[in-house]
Design a protein. Structure first.
Length: 244
C-alpha cells in the first residue's frame, strides 16, 4: 500500500455467513483505489456485522495503520456512515456522492409514465463541461418540475453539491470519478463467484475466496493501461501543492 491515493471508491456488499450456528447477513466493506501512477488496487476487504459510521471508520483507520496518509477524493453512495467516517478520517478530502445512485433516488419520486423524459433532462446536469454550467442546468430543471414533483426537487437540492465534486478534479476523466460504477462492476464479478456457495461456513472462508478472485484482477491491472493517466494525476497534484 502507498501513502497517498488520488481516488478511492468504497461500497459494501452483503453475504450470508454462518456465525455460531446461525446464518447471518454480514456486511463486507470494500475499498478500491487508484494510486499516483494511475493503477488500480484493492485496498481493503473487511467483514463487519453492520455498515455504520463506526465500521467504516474502523476500516479507514486500519488503512491508515497500514500506511495510508492522504486521499484526495472518496467516491461512494450516500450512506451517512461513509460520509461521516470520511470527514473524521481523511481531513481535507473531498467526498463525491455517486451521481447514478443520486439520480435513482430522485427518479423514485417521479411517476413511472414520466420517468424516461425526466431522466433524460436530469442527466444533462452531470454532462455539462463545468460546475457552473451544471448548476445552471439544475436550476432550469428545478424551475420546470418544482410544482409537479416537489419531493424529487427537494431531494435534488439537498444532495446536488455533493454530486458535483468531480468537477474540481478537472484533469481527470469525469466519467470515471463521478460514480461508483467501476466498483459495482467488480462487486458484480465477485457475486458471480460467490453465488454458487450460498452460505459461507465462516467469514474467513469468504475472504479467502474473494482474495483469490481479486488477485487475478490485480495481476491484470498491473499490466493494463492506467485507469487514470499518471500525467493527469501529477498535473493535479502540482495544482494542489501550489494552492497550499
Amino acid at each position: 500500500m502507498e501513502s497517498e491515493y488520488p481516488v478511492i471508491w468504497v461500497d459494501a456488499m452483503y453475504e450470508k455467513i454462518r456465525d455460531q450456528n446461525r446464518v447471518i447477513s454480514m456486511a463486507i466493506l470494500i475499498v478500491y483505489g487508484v494510486n499516483i501512477q494511475g493503477k488500480r488496487e484493492i485496498l481493503s476487504i473487511e467483514p463487519m456485522y453492520d455498515e455504520s459510521a463506526s465500521s467504516w471508520e474502523a476500516t479507514f483507520n486500519h488503512l491508515k495503520e497500514r500506511g495510508l496518509k492522504k486521499v484526495w477524493l472518496v467516491v461512494s453512495d450516500a450512506h451517512s456512515g461513509i460520509s461521516s467516517a470520511v470527514s473524521r478520517c481523511f481531513v481535507g478530502c473531498s467526498w463525491q456522492r455517486c451521481k447514478v445512485h443520486f439520480m435513482r433516488n430522485i427518479l423514485a419520486r417521479v411517476k413511472h409514465s414520466d420517468k424516461k423524459t425526466v431522466a433524460e433532462k436530469l442527466k444533462q446536469i452531470w454532462l455539462q463541461p463545468d460546475q457552473e454550467s451544471a448548476l445552471r442546468t439544475a436550476t432550469i430543471f428545478i424551475d420546470e418540475y418544482q410544482d409537479k414533483y416537489p419531493e424529487a426537487i427537494r431531494c435534488l437540492e439537498s444532495g446536488l453539491e455533493d454530486t458535483l465534486q468531480f468537477y474540481h478534479f478537472h484533469s481527470f476523466d469525469k466519467r470515471k470519478i463521478a460514480s461508483t460504477n467501476v466498483l459495482e462492476r467488480l462487486i458484480k464479478e465477485i457475486r458471480r463467484r460467490t453465488r454458487v456457495i450460498g452460505v459461507f461456513p465462516t467469514a474467513e472462508s469468504y475472504i479467502r475466496l474473494v482474495t483469490c478472485c481479486l488477485i487475478e484482477y490485480s495481476e491484470d491491472w498491473l499490466t493494463d493501461r492506467c485507469y487514470i493517466h499518471e500525467h493527469n494525476i501529477l498535473d493535479f497534484k502540482t495544482t494542489l501543492e501550489v494552492a497550499v
